[in-house]
Design a protein around this ligand. Structure first.
Ligand code: ATP
Length: 456
């Protein structure tokens, strides 16, 4: 049965925990920070790697019709002309001549005035410029000379390195349509508003799938991927009641898209997009054919039919998934301290699949004979599991530390272990402790992990 959490954290709760426990730090903090830029620390990078690996395993490894690629972040500038980003990747903006800040023209009722924080920009009385379009791509010079002839852009999405490689991959992978190409990588957008922690950054990571199909089958594959992507989030432990699929209204739909859903999550700031799933028709391949003058159509070798495939895109944010996992796992309950008194405890109820540490091992006291056994157990579990060894502080504090980083299981070696060759395994969620023979640890850990995955 799915767990129910007692609290819904605020964004500040999450930011504070991330800093305190080493998930995510403000970038360049010793220089006063760098706007909208965050660095993942030791636990954050484990969490991030787990998310990317779980996505890859599901979308690529476990699919017989999807292959992967890893494209360059900087590409030929024509790619961005063909994609429409040079001409169209704009947010309408206004500048305030009074405070000197820039705001999205469509969000003036939502943005707080930096000079008068009790007022929104629409009501603060600042003198605003006319609406201007602001291109979200980062421009750079490719090569040592700053010349207009060598301007290109950092990619604002990963998928535009997939489309130009469609023919290359089709040829080498021996795939036939329907098939998909997947990619995980960094993207860059010169976002104007970058609040909400890692939700909206200028540098972020995406997990994207472009799935090519016959135009007549595009609807079917669109529905297939909608279903499958939702299942993936639930499978990695996200509570279903915090997820919803929202179909785009006709006026919201990109001009080339036939249909689009946002996978939305109930973030601490409210319901917002976590992933976009769209039927992009044959727009991208057609545009790249026009701009490159290369034939990117597909010939079905069985039917002989030649066509430009439709594309179903699933585009998910790695960082937003991390924020979802942190927010969904965050809970506060009561736990006994060393004296048996009940105290408030902060616990991250991560699924064992995503938890940065799977098993922590402690000697009850820092005595050589206990340390030796604990070290040996930890090194035996290392590899199949992500482990941590800790011998500092009282045992209650050590449990609390592991609860706060979401470690599913803690193993404690005590004086009885010297005689009965057994240890105590403590479960993060139930806080139950069971005695298990040292030679049975692998099986016991595997069983508990499995039951914790399926209880999510
Ligand atoms: P939004 O409407 O929130 O700006 P979008 O519709 O522009 O998002 P897409 O272009 O569909 O986003 O990008 C796909 C996914 O990439 C998003 O669902 C999100 O998870 C992630 N993403 C997009 N922009 C950012 C950003 N600035 N910071 C972090 N993640 C982002």
């Amino acid at each position: 049965m799915a767990h129910t959490n007692n609290v819904q954290p605020t964004l500040n709760d999450i930011v504070a925990l991330c800093k305190r426990r080493g998930f995510i730090f403000p970038s360049s903090e010793i220089y006063g920070g760098f706007a909208a830029s965050w660095d993942y620390g030791p636990l954050g990078v484990e969490l991030k790697n787990n998310v990317k690996q779980l996505w890859w395993r599901d979308v690529v490894t476990n699919s017989d019709n999807v292959v992967g690629m890893d494209g360059a972040i900087t590409t030929h500038p024509r790619v961005w002309e063909a994609s429409g980003h040079v001409e169209g990747f704009h947010d309408p903006m206004v500048d305030c001549k009074t405070c000197g800040h820039r705001f999205r023209a469509d969000k003036l009722d939502e943005e707080t005035c930096p000079n008068k924080p009790s007022k929104k920009v629409s009501e603060c009385g600042g003198e605003l410029t006319d609406v201007r379009n602001f291109n979200l791509m980062f421009k750079l010079h490719w090569g040592p000379v700053e010349d207009s002839a060598n301007i290109t852009y950092l990619r604002p999405e990963t998928c535009q390195t997939i489309f130009p490689n469609f023919k290359n991959i089709l040829t080498v992978s021996r795939m036939r349509v329907p098939f998909g190409i997947a990619q995980v990588g960094k993207s860059f957008r010169n976002e104007i508003t970058t609040k909400s922690f890692i939700f909206r950054q200028r540098e972020f990571e995406q997990m994207e799938l472009e799935f090519f199909s016959h135009p007549d089958e595009a609807k079917k594959w669109f529905e297939y991927w909608l279903e499958r992507r939702k299942k993936w989030y639930i499978g990695i432990g996200v509570r279903e009641e915090n997820l919803r699929m929202r179909q785009h209204d006709a006026d919201e739909l990109a001009h080339y898209a036939d249909d689009c859903y946002d996978v939305e999550y109930k973030f601490p700031m409210g319901w917002s997009e976590l992933e976009g799933i769209a039927n992009r028709t044959n727009y991208d391949l057609t545009r790249h054919m026009e701009f490159s003058k290369k034939d990117l159509s597909y010939r079905d070798d069985i039917t002989g039919e030649k066509y430009i495939p439709y594309v179903i895109e699933s585009s998910a944010g790695v960082d937003r998934t991390i924020l979802v996992l942190l927010s969904d796992a965050y809970d506060i309950d009561q736990a006994p301290n060393d004296k048996g008194e009940m105290e408030e405890r902060l616990v991250l109820r991560f699924s064992p699949q995503v938890a940065p540490v799977s098993v922590a091992v402690f000697p009850l006291f820092k005595k050589p004979n206990l340390v030796e056994i604990a070290r040996k157990i930890e090194s035996d579990l290392r590899g199949p599991y992500r482990t941590m060894y800790d011998e500092t502080g009282n045992i209650g504090k050590r449990y609390r530390r592991q609860d706060e980083i979401g470690t599913p299981l803690c193993i404690t070696v005590d004086y009885d272990s010297l005689d009965d060759h057994a240890v105590t395994i403590r479960n993060r969620d139930s806080m139950e402790q069971v005695r298990v023979g040292i030679d049975q640890i692998h099986q016991a850990v595997a069983d508990q992990m499995k039951s914790m995955c399926s209880s999510i």
